[in-house]
Design a protein around this ligand. Structure first.
Ligand code: MN
Length: 141
């Protein structure tokens, strides 16, 4: 099956739908860095700056993946995740926590809040790529 082979070798796997991604992060420098990292994977992201805006955006739109900073003003990432998990249940998109300094026990705290995974800041592009591969149908080249 030559055609299948070619399709697999196609960078970016154009047959797969491009995932819609939301990043909730209050720090402007981090917002820019994360946007650049996703650009390297040929992906665009939408950005909000606190948990309240994140909840609003997620309840109003369909996203395939959420990157959620833990420490944010107005509402933190843990509370925001709890709300969307409760409201959306099984339809809630994958939530990946962003954390500056993961301590012992943080992993459990994030998982208890309903988060599916976490990434430590500064984010390594290889970790980000792995998250996209694991939680979306998109194949970053
Ligand atoms: Mn923050």
């Amino acid at each position: 099956m030559e055609i299948l082979k070619e399709e697999k070798a196609d960078p970016g796997n154009k047959s797969a739908p491009t995932p819609r991604i939301l990043v909730a992060e209050d720090n402007m420098v981090n917002q820019k860095l994360i946007t650049l990292l996703f650009q390297k994977l040929n992906l665009k992201v939408e950005i909000v700056s606190n948990g309240l805006e994140a909840v609003e955006a997620i309840l109003d739109n369909h996203y395939d993946l959420i990157l959620m900073d833990i420490q944010m003003p107005e509402m933190d990432g843990i509370e925001a995740t709890g709300i969307i998990k409760e409201k959306l249940g099984d339809k809630c998109p994958t939530v990946v926590a962003l954390t500056a300094n993961a301590m012992n026990g943080d992993r459990e705290r994030f998982l208890d809040a309903g988060m599916d995974h976490y990434l430590s800041k500064p984010i390594d592009i290889r970790d980000l790529k792995r998250v996209v591969e694991e939680y979306t149908f998109y194949d970053p080249c």
